[in-house]
Design a protein around this ligand. Structure first.
Ligand code: ADP
Ligand code: MG
Length: 271
């Protein structure tokens, strides 16, 4: 059974590694079923913060609570039944087929040595289908393209049937169609989700709120309309941006001023 969407509370979380503050006193409340985008420049601390949620990096101080329970004080299986993570680093210990990788999503729901029953197989088949990787089920995971791997890892998270998902740049390597499909899918599940995203137009389209980090700290938090301002782009990203509205749905859209001459070609008298 799919876990219930949970409230995620991040309370004054700091991570200090080798004398460096990678995350500085982050406090966030994510409501059940809310989709929160996590943005910020390279090295802002997004991945490090997300690691504290799925217990890959213990906070130096502060707490991460899922429905009021400190994730660091609960059994591993308790968390694995409730939270799935889709990560960037997919170091290949995978001498496995695509099917095997997705089937791993069922592990937290089983006892040791249980095989896949008919329900498990149906869930795995459904996840392969929804991520458009059913045709690759018997291909070796290691041989896939970056985008295909990413979709398989999302399918694994889906097979886990979590109430909460943590996704670190899940649209990296995906083509446009699959970027939209992946975010629509996550959005449509009704799960609580925290998604690190570089594409702020996608974040604006699919996230209820956006949290922006810089140098380990939260520097902006709110609805896409509140957060995505020319002032933010100047201060945090050091780019000159215009914020307009999507012509169909009014969602904020970012257009960068490139400093490059206007069309038409040829430019600068090039032949
Ligand atoms: P983001 O995901 O926002 O790009 P990260 O959380 O990956 O940022 O990294 C934040 C900062 O912490 C970066 O400057 C990175 O180099 C540094 N960092 C990450 N992991 C470690 C580590 N294990 N030891 C020291 N520095 C680290
Ligand atoms: Mg990162």
């Amino acid at each position: 059974m799919t876990a219930r969407a949970a409230a995620l509370a991040v309370q004054d979380v700091s991570v200090r590694v080798a004398g460096k503050d990678l995350v500085r006193g982050v406090t966030l409340d994510v409501a059940p079923g809310e989709v929160l985008g996590l943005a910020g420049p390279n090295g802002a601390g997004k991945s490090t913060l997300l690691r504290t949620f799925y217990r890959a990096r213990r906070p130096t101080s502060g707490r991460v609570l899922l429905d009021g329970r400190d994730v660091w004080r609960m059994p591993g299986q308790w968390l694995a039944r409730r939270m799935a993570a889709v990560l960037q680093e997919t170091a290949g210990d995978f001498d496995l087929t695509v099917y095997d990788v997705v089937a791993m999503g069922r592990t937290p729901h089983k006892r040791a040595f249980d095989g896949d029953d008919a329900d498990d197989r149906a869930i795995i088949a459904g996840a392969l289908e929804r991520l458009d990787v059913a045709g690759l089920a018997y291909a070796p995971f290691d041989r896939l393209s970056g985008g295909e791997k990413q979709r398989v890892l999302i399918a694994r998270a889906l097979a886990q049937q979590p109430g909460t998902m943590v996704l670190d740049e899940p649209t990296n390597h995906l083509d446009l169609r699959h970027q939209l499909d992946a975010l629509r899918l996550v959005r449509g599940l009704g799960v609580t989700a925290v998604i690190a995203l570089h594409d702020l137009n996608l974040a604006a389209a699919f996230c209820d709120r956006i949290c922006v980090m810089d140098a380990g700290a939260v520097v902006a938090m709110g609805t896409p309309r509140e957060v995505l301002t020319p002032a933010l782009f100047a201060a945090v990203y050091r780019v000159d941006a215009e914020v307009t509205e999507h012509p169909e749905n009014g969602v904020p859209q970012v257009v960068l001023r490139t400093g490059f001459p206007a069309l038409p070609f040829p430019r600068n008298g090039a032949p």
